[in-house]
Write a protein that binds this ligand. Structure first.
Ligand SMILES: *[C@@H]1O[C@H](CO)[C@@H](O)[C@H](O)[C@H]1NC(C)=O
Ligand SMILES: *[C@@H]1O[C@H](CO)[C@@H](O)[C@H](O)[C@H]1NC(C)=O
Ligand SMILES: *[C@@H]1O[C@H](CO)[C@@H](O)[C@H](O)[C@H]1NC(C)=O
Ligand SMILES: *[C@@H]1O[C@H](CO)[C@@H](O)[C@H](O)[C@H]1NC(C)=O
Ligand SMILES: *[C@@H]1O[C@H](CO)[C@@H](O)[C@H](O)[C@H]1NC(C)=O
Length: 467
């Protein structure tokens, strides 16, 4: 089985290894802390001890889901996946669903852990909820998806129930590395249409869930950035990348990386934003070729720009790009704007890949990011680093994206890009165990923890708001 090569998780001795590793991380952290004691008031987190059936054992079945795909290769490096190539320091073939693992690993080096739940400000459940969901979504438990979470709830009520009872679960949080929609099936639906009922059962109403995408009217969940492929292990490598992003020449005005929208794809018949983007891009490419053929030189075409190309598409149909950042990162580095249209769901990992490449995101609806990632991409700053073009204007009213983008003054584009570069640190997940000052900068993990603590504190202060 291929997965043996990549993962120490997938054998039973792996658990032992993981625990030993955790302990050494912890003791190392404690000695670090002797030197610069962090202020832990209101930041103490207790990691709830769970039996391995709720986390590590689930990884052993990584090859048993033919429909959703074998995820064994992505377990390597505590969920970062394999490196993109042997000598890479910061780049991995990361699958976003592995956020549950990499978050767990980062929690183990959190500086304000406490072993005593009664002195904790928050309690982390190291449950790999999205991975466990696979058996309900794609596996043998498809007809019992209303049961998702009941076993965990049972455990929490019987093993040291004091930790839950103290605050009725309001101080508990976990990571669910999928769209919240996948956990929002009504328990009454029989058989289920899609998804488990984890977020719909009263047992977990009080718990905070970090998801990759929230529902339009979220209650328990908060969306956090999709993990990308970039996980620098130290500040020097982070800075080196950021400098490259700043220096790179952007010769393409706008870029779309993704699938869909082509004549052959199933949705081709109905108007949608991806289709409009494809059509506009094809047209621009065709007219540019015609112009250069007649000696015009399309670099200074109808819009008087110095871009040598107005639109580029990197076709990622059939998931070919998902674990292969090399296919699209260069194009993102070379483009000023990255189009981020909704697909099957409103959000995309590509939004975060683009930000890491300094490519200004263009959104077509608020559900794609503005109303999702408020902790990481603050709403007050949103228009300083991104462009929003309502999709209806493009699809039904013939608004041309290229005209909107070319209408933005050059000085403003420059400012926006500087702001995107500022956001880079906030949306990337640095490598666990990273050193050399990178820890002083808040990354996506640190910001998520800050958000969780604030959310829980606010709730506990306003008991009238508790339902
Ligand atoms: C792993 O798969 C086997 C066979 O399908 C199943 O019996 C077992 O319960 C699964 N383990 C977990 C932890 O889901
Ligand atoms: C990368 O490392 C692996 C294992 O160490 C080795 O088998 C492979 O040949 C190396 N690849 C290259 C391109 O060096
Ligand atoms: C789930 O229920 C449907 C409809 O009742 C049935 O056709 C299907 O075989 C069931 N699947 C499993 C895995 O039990
Ligand atoms: C959730 O909190 C409410 C009060 O805020 C409490 O009555 C309820 O029992 C809690 N739910 C669970 C499952 O503990
Ligand atoms: C391409 O754009 C031109 C100019 O807006 C327009 O007249 C033409 O109809 C478009 N062609 C296609 C195939 O969309």
């Amino acid at each position: 089985m291929a997965c043996k090569n990549y993962s120490f998780f997938s054998s039973s001795s792996s658990l032992f290894f993981f625990v030993i590793l955790s302990q050494s991380v912890l003791s190392q952290k404690i000695s670090d802390n002797d030197m610069h004691q962090p202020d832990c008031s209101n930041r103490r987190i207790h990691i709830r001890r769970l039996p391995p059936r709720f986390n590590l054992d689930l990884l052993a079945n990584c090859s048993e889901y033919p429909i959703s795909g074998d995820f064994c290769p992505f377990l390597a490096n505590h969920g970062l996946g394999r490196k993109t190539h042997n000598r890479s320091h910061s780049w991995y073939r990361t699958d976003p669903m592995m956020l549950e693992l990499l978050f767990h690993r980062r929690m183990l080096e959190y500086p304000c852990l406490t072993s005593d739940p009664s002195s904790a400000d928050a309690i982390y459940l190291p449950y790999y909820a999205g991975i466990d969901a696979l058996r309900y979504l794609y596996g043998p438990a498809v007809n019992s998806s209303a049961d998702h979470g009941l076993d965990l709830f049972d455990f929490l009520q019987t093993d040291g129930p004091g930790a839950w009872d103290r605050r009725g679960g309001h101080d508990h949080f976990l990571v669910m590395a999928r769209q919240a929609w996948d956990f929002s099936q009504s328990p009454a639906a029989d058989p289920p249409v899609w998804g488990t009922s984890f977020l719909e059962i009263p047992e977990f109403f009080n718990v905070t869930a970090l998801t990759l995408e929230s529902r339009a009217w979220p209650w328990q969940e908060q969306a956090v950035p999709y993990p990308t492929s970039f996980h620098p292990p130290n500040l020097a490598l982070f800075d080196a990348w950021r400098n490259r992003v700043r220096r790179t020449r952007r010769s393409t005005l706008m870029l779309f990386v993704g699938g869909g929208g082509t004549v052959s794809s199933s949705s081709a018949g109905t108007p949608n934003i991806r289709r409009s983007i494809r059509a506009e891009c094809d047209n621009l490419t065709a007219s540019a070729t015609a112009a250069s053929g007649s000696g015009g030189g399309y670099g200074y075409g109808p819009y008087g720009t110095s871009y040598s190309e107005l639109c580029r598409v990197v076709d990622c149909s059939n998931g070919v790009c998902e674990h292969d950042p090399i296919r699209f990162m260069r194009a993102m580095l070379e483009s000023s704007f990255c189009l981020q249209p909704p697909g099957d769901t409103p959000t995309r990992r590509s939004t975060f890949d683009g930000i890491l490449a300094g490519c200004i995101p263009v959104f077509f609806e608020d559900q794609s990011a503005r109303s999702q990632y408020g902790w990481h991409l603050p709403e007050a700053e949103f228009d300083k680093f991104s462009v929003t073009i309502p999709k209806e204007e493009v699809v039904f009213k013939g608004l041309r994206i290229v005209e909107v983008l070319q209408g933005i003054p050059r000085a403003r584009v420059k400012k926006m890009r500087e702001k995107v570069v500022e956001m880079m640190g906030r949306v990337m997940y640095r490598r666990h165990g990273s050193s050399m000052g990178l820890g002083e900068k808040k990354d996506a993990f640190d910001i998520a923890i800050e958000g969780v603590l604030k959310r829980i504190t606010d709730r506990l202060r306003q008991p009238s708001l508790l339902r």
